[in-house]
Design a protein around this ligand. Structure first.
Ligand SMILES: [Zn+2]
Length: 112
């Protein structure tokens, strides 16, 4: 029995793209491999926007290393607030620093 048999990791031995054996295949990996959260450091800041609105900003996470849209979705739902993604910054409406910190910690990110 193979290690991951019966799981989503149990891929066929031939590459689906080029048809070569996976061992000989030189295609790029089909799915993006994210950097482990433990190796990334997020910076959280609460800033004021126009009309005195407060936003919680998460910086320091690269869109090439983290699935930022997914992270935004998770933060919005756990904070119960709206938010947007601006290139490599996540903005959550309101002062959510404590909640955002908890969520990021739980995922495994280092927090500065
Ligand atoms: Zn291939």
């Amino acid at each position: 029995m193979r290690l991951f048999e019966g799981t989503e990791f149990d891929r066929p031995p031939h590459c689906e793209v080029c048809g070569e054996l996976e061992e000989e295949c030189i295609c790029p990996p089909p799915e993006k491999v994210w950097l482990a959260p433990e190796k990334q450091t997020a910076r959280i800041a609460v800033e004021k926007r126009k009309k005195g609105k407060q936003v919680t900003v998460v910086r320091g996470l690269s869109p090439d290393e983290s699935d930022l849209p997914a992270l935004l979705t998770q933060l919005k739902s756990q904070c119960g607030a709206g938010g947007t993604l601006k290139e490599d910054e996540i903005e959550i409406q309101g002062d959510q620093a404590d909640r955002v910190r908890d969520v990021l910690c739980e995922i495994g990110y280092c927090i500065k």
